[in-house]
Structure formats: structure tokens, C-alpha cells
Design a protein around this ligand. Structure first.
Ligand code: GDP
Ligand code: MG
Length: 297
């Protein structure tokens, strides 16, 4: 660890209802794909870190799962993880969607944030599609939610005002060491990231209404002598019917998932990929602690 006088650093949690744009914001900060975005909520399940290093500061971002009213054991575990994280970090980015009315889901998350006692900035995202008539009242609703360090409208997707938000966050960093070397972007275990990429494709391509019923475990990553990287992964579903959907007619869907995933994997790993996917039914795995543990949750 490098430490020098005047250097500032800190951990930052990005929270908000599913689909507000947490992963998109993280990607905007990092300028490359470290978190997964999806039109369906709850794609990101693990805390993914992005490390952003400036001239004399460093921020380590934690992309959290969406806090929500727990319905399953998995849901409860996720909430516990998020609450624990909120107390430990140095700053919180709480996100609202400018195009959606502030609802009980937002209040639920805001409450958890304010209870943690960590300085929090309220970000009103998607200003690009909100229009001024929607944005102004939304900023007022944000103000009414709690005592924020600041409130700022942005567009994570277009990168609007992301720099200003970054400045605000730099202002919240306290004196501390440079935890990671300049060139480190993420320290998320590689296999989790690969699994999330495959999972994103499976969810998006099959239009699964219950994305949390799909999990992906990466069994093995082997670098061959010819430079090709072999990735062996299993897609877990809860029911036989879902298995059928994932495999598709004559295996066509699984092939498409594999093709799309391989493109992203090649981008992330920077080499040619041989991807071998299999599908397994693990009945009610989202309710079974043993399964959860095996899958790394
Ligand atoms: P998360 O669940 O909070 O991580 O949300 P994501 O980052 O996955 O984003 C959910 C959806 O909202 C995706 O389809 C994004 O492309 C979209 N989105 C995120 N930020 C913006 C934004 O600033 N403007 C617009 N128009 N769409 C956005
Ligand atoms: Mg996300």
C-alpha cells in the first residue's frame, strides 16, 4: 500500500431500487464494463468493485444488489449484506429514477441509507428522458426523503453530470492510503464476473420474468497453450420448464446465449474463448441455504 501526505481514499456504495441505473453509473465512472446492466431488475447479485484512481485520490466503488422487501432466504441474505456494507463505507450514492414516482421501494432503501449514518448523495438518474417538468418535482421529492449531503440530477447512460458527481464524492473522501495500484480497475473475483456475464445473456435472451431463478457457476477456466481460454460453466434453474426455455429448440437458445456471452468474455479476458455451457435444474435453489452457499451467495 502506498501512503502519502494529502492522499485521500474511500469506499463508496451505490444503492437504489432495482433498475435505477446503479450498474450503468458504475460503468460510467469506470469507462469500461465492470458491472452488468440489464433491462430486467436484479441482474447484479454480488458486490462488484470498481477502482477509480485520480491524481491524489482513490475511490473503490461497490455495486450492491437492490435492497427490497425480502420474500426468500436469498432476499434476506442480500439485504443483510447491503445493510452491513452501508455502515462500513465512507460515502453512499443513493439513486432515484427521475422517470418513476418515488415509491415505497425508494423509501425502504433511503431509510436503510439514512440509518447507516454514512454521508450520502442523492442522485436523480435518467434526466435525459425525464424532461424538466418531471425533473423539478422529483428533485423536491428527493429532498423530502431525507437529509442528503447533496442532491444532483444526472444521466448515467449519457454521462451527463457524472463528472460533477465525481467531484462531490472526491470531496467526501478522507485522508487515506492508495489501496490499489493505478492500473487496477476491478478486484472482483474473475469467475464471478464471467458468471454474471453469462447470466445476463441468459436472462436477456429468454426474457425471464424471474431472473433470480437463474444462477451461473463457473467451474473451470483453463488457459491453453495456443492461448485460447476454455471456460466451463453451468446455468442453474429452478424448474424443468425453465431448463427447456434455456436450452431452446434443438439447443438453439443455449447456443445463442453462448455466442453472445463469448463475445463479452473475449472483451473482458482479452483473448479467444472456448465456452462450454451446461444447464442443470436445482429445485428451489433460491430457498435452500446449501445451494446458496455452493453458488457463492
Ligand atoms: P441497476 O439495476 O440499478 O443496476 O440498473 P441498470 O444499470 O442495470 O439499468 C437499468 C436500465 O436503465 C438499463 O436498461 C439501463 O440502460 C437504463 N438506464 C440506466 N441509466 C440510464 C440513464 O441515465 N438514462 C436512460 N435513458 N436509461 C438509463
Ligand atoms: Mg445492477
Amino acid at each position: 500500500m502506498l501512503a502519502s501526505e494529502g492522499y485521500r481514499s474511500g469506499f463508496i456504495s451505490i444503492v437504489g431500487r432495482p433498475n435505477v441505473g446503479k450498474s450503468t453509473l458504475l460503468n460510467a465512472f469506470m469507462g469500461r464494463k465492470v458491472a452488468i446492466t440489464s433491462p430486467k431488475p436484479q441482474t447484479t447479485r454480488n458486490a462488484i468493485r470498481g477502482v477509480l484512481t485520480g491524481e491524489d485520490w482513490q475511490m473503490i466503488f461497490i455495486d450492491t444488489p437492490g435492497l427490497h422487501k425480502p420474500k426468500t432466504l436469498l432476499g434476506e441474505r442480500l439485504n443483510d449484506v447491503v445493510r452491513g456494507t452501508l455502515k462500513e463505507v465512507d460515502a453512499i450514492v443513493f439513486m432515484l429514477d427521475a422517470t418513476q414516482p418515488v415509491g415505497t421501494g425508494d423509501q425502504f432503501v433511503a431509510q436503510a441509507v439514512l440509518q447507516a449514518g454514512t454521508p450520502a448523495i442523492c442522485v436523480v438518474n435518467k434526466m435525459d428522458i425525464a424532461g424538466p417538468d418531471k425533473l423539478a418535482p422529483q428533485l423536491q421529492s428527493a429532498d423530502a426523503l431525507g437529509d442528503w449531503h447533496a442532491i444532483i440530477p444526472i444521466s448515467a447512460a449519457q454521462g451527463t453530470k457524472v463528472d460533477e458527481l465525481q467531484e462531490l464524492l472526491v470531496g467526501l473522501l478522507e485522508e487515506g492510503p492508495q489501496f490499489y495500484p493505478d492500473d487496477v480497475v476491478t478486484d472482483q473475483p474473475r469467475d464471478l464476473l464471467l458468471g454474471e456475464i453469462i447470466r445476463e445473456k441468459a436472462i436477456t435472451l429468454t426474457h425471464q420474468e424471474v431472473p433470480h431463478s437463474i444462477a451461473v457457476a463457473v467451474q473451470e477456466v483453463v488457459e491453453r497453450e495456443d492461448g485460447v481460454i476454455e471456460v466451463y460453466a453451468t446455468v442453474f434453474v429452478e424448474r424443468d420448464s425453465q431448463k427447456g426455455i434455456i436450452i431452446g429448440k434443438g439447443g438453439s437458445m443455449l447456443k445463442e446465449i453462448g455466442t453472445r456471452a463469448r463475445q463479452d468474455l473475449e472483451w473482458v479476458l482479452g483473448g479467444h474463448i472456448f465456452l462450454k455451457l451446461q444447464v442443470k435444474v436445482a429445485k428451489d435453489w433460491t430457498r435452500d441455504p446449501k445451494h446458496l452457499q455452493r453458488l457463492g451467495y
